[in-house]
Design a protein around this ligand. Structure first.
Ligand SMILES: [Zn+2]
Length: 647
């Protein structure tokens, strides 16, 4: 288990004396999911003076995204210069054609097994499942000095000759999940109450103003996925709560955040895994209610490999300050669960932007790079949660908060504008500046139960139920409960993908490849495109793409057979994501998660694109950035890259 750690260290010491064929300096700022139409509306009001200046000096246009226009897919195309059919990332999840079950598409992780009596230690083992290398690895191999900060879905950290990287979105928390917050509450009736997704809940029993509980850590030390835990104590004090973990004791007033806390989860007497996180005291009485952020690996003692060289994250920690390495750092799950209030979520979003700005400026000043890239994900997460503030009809619209704060998403975009301004001030005219987002955004008002529709129309059949109907009651579970695969032609997983139950590919395939498959595809497409929302009269699905047309490439076998492009306001329902069913075809979205893009029509969901020079191309695509940046350094793009030079 010590192997990979040693290997990383030794590789990272490599420095390249080579210089790239062409001298250049490039700064790329990525902002996840900025919607150009909102940006333009607010820019016209004068809200973004720096971006406006950049557009006047250079170019502002839209950036074509991937199909579907969602972060794992689009950032993988940014990273590799390949289309999804080649890099093989089509969604957050992928499915196993044999079992029809979904799995996480981006990476595979494995916890080290603690072996009693053997030398303990080691890191979590991780493998990135995307095909194709990051273009900046190719650049680094050709002498370009690269600093890559928070580029989504590049976990685990990559060895970069002569360069450095810190992973971003897609980096798991200490438990190996996308992000799991922790909540302690005396108001709960039991641990784990309400089945909140993305969180672990612990009931507090208060006795003489005190309560005890545990902090859950990584699964370790046994085969049955038990979690390491450490004790935690809470005590009511005047106006707040005293929190004690190990030798750390914080007196935190109500409504305030604790300092960063270190959690040492002991695996053996010699080895503990260290994580960091922060508490927010939500209430001290009559209930005690405490929120704890998803626990991040300690950047200075990484259990999860987040930087290369390995000590890069530790240096950042020392020089720039405390930070979370969790990819899904803005805790949308806790907002959806009604635990993290909007104002504290906004604080978390802006706080993370402040940190990333400080990090970016410190790297900029170091001036030992040729290509400096940094991605801010706050813009996307804020849009997911705050689109309801743009929508007075949304059940979780909050006019009172709106009056108090103004538009929270506009605030976040203004913070983005300020970051861009600080970079513009500090770079010379010879340095190329690119500011981009990977996709745009839409309202998410109504969810479509795609599997229910497939069942009602005889494409998906349940055991013991006539074709074209659903069991009563409809099963609540995910993962296709009671589906009769021998009579099923098609099924849906993810936010907008349909797969055929294809002979020779799926275990109990019923549809023959070729003519039969195409007939089913075209039939489903035609009927779905005809659907109008009975309440609004809107065409629910704007466009449907055939997988065989849009996912050509080496990874095509795993691609969806139909990719839906929903109209603004619509998306696959939450239940559809993991193979579940709902009663009606369309259902109102009641969640705080009120903006989305993950299954919107790519033709209507472009990102933004700014350059500080006049761009040749009028319609750049996200796959074009890899070859364009490589060409700036005189480096020929590697074979298999789809994009073209747009500079
Ligand atoms: Zn998003």
């Amino acid at each position: 288990m010590l192997g990979p750690v040693f290997l990383n260290n030794s590789c990272s010491k490599q420095t390249s004396n080579r210089r790239p064929p062409k001298e250049a300096k490039v700064v790329l700022l990525g902002f996840d999911g900025v919607e150009p139409r909102l940006l333009e509306t607010w820019m016209a009001e004068g809200a973004f003076p720096n971006l406006e200046k950049l557009a006047q000096k250079g170019t502002y246009t839209s950036l074509g995204s991937t199909n579907p226009p969602q972060s794992p897919v689009a950032w993988s195309s940014f990273t590799t210069g390949m289309h999804p059919g080649d890099h093989g990332i089509f969604d957050f999840i992928k499915r196993d054609p044999v079992t029809h079950l979904p799995d996480f598409a981006l990476n595979r992780i494995e916890f080290p097994k603690a072996r009693l009596g053997l030398l303990p230690g080691g890191q979590l083992q991780a493998e990135n499942l995307r095909r194709g290398d990051p273009f900046w690895l190719h650049a680094a191999n050709n002498g370009v000095r690269v600093a890559a900060l928070h580029i989504p879905y590049t976990f685990p950290a990559l060895t970069l000759p002569g360069g450095r990287s810190l992973t971003g979105l897609g980096t798991p928390d200490i438990r190996g999940t996308n992000s799991t917050f922790i909540y302690y509450g005396s108001n709960l009736s039991s641990d784990g109450e309400t089945g909140v997704s993305g969180g672990r809940l612990f009931k507090l029993n208060i006795n003489a103003d005190k309560a005890e509980s545990v902090v859950p850590g990584p699964p370790m030390g046994s085969e049955d996925h038990r979690y390491l835990t450490i004790p935690i104590r809470f005590e009511r004090i005047q106006g707040g709560v005293r929190i004690t973990v190990d030798d750390q004791r914080w007196d935190v007033p109500v409504g305030q955040w604790s300092p960063w806390t270190t959690f040492r989860f002991p695996v053996t007497s010699l080895w503990s895994i260290r994580g960091v996180g922060r508490f927010l005291v939500l209430e001290d009485q009559p209930e005690i209610r405490i929120y704890l952020t998803p626990i991040s690996t300690d950047p200075s003692r990484q259990f999860i490999p987040v930087s290369n060289p390995e000590d890069f994250a530790g240096q950042i920690h020392k020089n720039v300050g405390d930070f979370s390495t969790v990819g899904w750092v803005h805790d949308t799950s806790a907002v959806d669960a009604g635990i993290l209030p909007d104002d504290h979520f906004l604080h978390q979003v802006l706080d993370t932007m402040n940190f990333r700005e400080r990090l970016l400026l410190s790297q900029l000043e170091q001036n030992d790079w040729d290509l400096l890239m940094s991605v801010f994900t706050a813009t996307d997460r804020a849009a997911h949660m705050f689109y309801r503030y743009l929508d007075s009809a949304h059940p979780r619209h909050n006019p009172e908060a709106l009056a108090r704060w103004g538009q929270p998403l506009k605030k976040v975009y203004q913070r983005m504008d300020a970051v861009v301004g600080k970079i513009m001030e500090r770079i010379d005219d010879k340095t190329k500046l690119i500011v981009m987002s990977d996709h745009g955004f839409h309202h998410f008002r109504r969810g479509f139960h795609l599997n229910t529709w497939l069942a009602q129309h005889g494409y998906l059949t349940f055991r013991g139920v006539p074709e074209g109907s659903l069991p009563d009651p409809i099963p609540e579970d995910s993962f296709f409960p009671d589906v009769d695969w021998r009579k099923t032609k098609a099924y849906a997983l993810g936010t907008g993908a349909i797969y055929l139950n294809l002979k020779g590919r799926e275990q109990w395939g019923t549809v023959s490849p070729g003519e039969d498959a195409q007939r089913v595809q075209l039939d489903i497409r035609k009927r779905l495109l005809d659907i109008k929302d009975p309440i609004t009269g809107t065409q629910v699905i704007r466009q449907i793409y055939l997988g065989s047309d849009v996912f050509k490439g080496q990874a095509q076998r795993n691609a969806p057979d139909l990719q839906l492009g929903y109209s603004d306001g619509y998306r696959g329902s939450v239940k559809t994501l993991l193979g579940g069913f709902g009663k009606a075809i369309l259902e109102n979205n009641q969640d705080a998660w009120s903006g989305d893009h993950s299954a919107s029509d790519v033709a209507d969901t472009s990102g933004m694109f700014f350059t500080n020079w006049q761009l040749e191309s009028a319609s750049p695509l996200i796959v074009d950035l890899a070859p364009t940046i490589l060409r700036m350094f005189g480096v020929a793009p590697p074979a298999g890259i789809a994009g073209v030079n747009i500079a």
